[in-house]
Design a protein around this ligand. Structure first.
Ligand SMILES: [Zn+2]
Length: 260
């Protein structure tokens, strides 16, 4: 969307992906249409809108007589706008639609996103290092830490311990807490919760039980075992006390990922 363009008013979208990351298809209703951007807002969605280092989902919107590819999704305030591909007419306000996502893409992101939490939790526990940034795609991710250096020995130790934690089958728990309550959790302070805008009165937390707790809006797998494993493929210096790890997912059991 261009900066000069203002999307029409729309009610807040019910973010089903915040409570059920495994929903692949849902029924919803169109609540607003932004014809200029070929975008629609729905009463509820499972299409993740890009944010927090996790890319948006893509998918399909099926109406009674027509269907549209969902090319991207973007959150503006409390509204998720789904940008539709194709040409021609758009669904009308009030229309009932079925929303489905490209599950293979999303599930890869859930696995790699959860693996990043394992890495954060492990490095904080074992070395006391905070995360300074990160980004992910379905195949590859990177994460920056307040570390002086990552020697090859340290990297292989981190990789081994992170893979042990993944294999330990730790559960993931999601909670949506009132802001005041969330601010009393000491572990959350290290994820810079204090940088969250004043207007947000509920905080979603994602916990890998016994290992990591963060304020987070992304999608994660229910159990670390689903991640498979990670391989650290590179390190990079981003400053004196800021070092980057680059990683990929590797095969888990019963998983069809190409090796490496
Ligand atoms: Zn996360």
């Amino acid at each position: 969307m261009t900066d000069s363009h203002t999307a029409p008013d729309a009610p807040a979208t019910d973010l089903i992906y915040h409570v059920d990351a495994y929903a692949r298809s849902i029924e919803a209703r169109v609540v607003a249409v932004d014809a200029e951007n070929r975008s629609v807002a729905l009463d509820r969605t499972i299409v993740y809108a890009a944010g927090g280092g996790q890319p948006n989902d893509t998918g399909r919107l099926d109406g009674p007589g027509e269907s549209w590819p969902i090319e991207s999704a973007k959150k503006q305030g409390a509204v998720v706008w789904h940008r539709l591909g194709g040409e021609g007419s758009l669904p009308a306000v009030g229309e009932a639609v079925t929303v489905s996502i490209d599950w293979a893409h999303r599930y890869r992101l859930m696995r790699i996103h959860t693996a990043l939490h394992v890495l954060c939790g492990t490095i904080f526990r074992d070395y006391g290092a905070l995360v300074t940034g990160g980004n992910m795609g379905p195949d590859k991710a990177r994460m920056d830490f307040e570390m002086e250096q990552f020697t090859p020995e340290l990297v292989s130790q981190i990789e081994r311990v992170a893979n042990e934690e993944i294999a330990a089958g730790r559960e993931t728990r999601v909670k949506i807490l009132p802001r005041e309550e969330a601010f009393q959790i000491p572990d959350l302070i290290r994820t810079k919760i204090n940088l969250l805008p004043e207007g947000i009165d509920e905080i979603r937390t994602v916990e890998i039980v016994g290992l990591d707790l963060q304020a987070d809006g992304g999608t994660h797998v229910a159990n670390t075992r689903e991640c498979g494993g990670i391989k650290i493929i590179g390190t990079r210096s981003k400053g004196k006390s800021n070092k980057r790890l680059e990683l990929i997912l590797i095969n888990g059991e019963g998983d069809e990922l190409p090796a490496g």
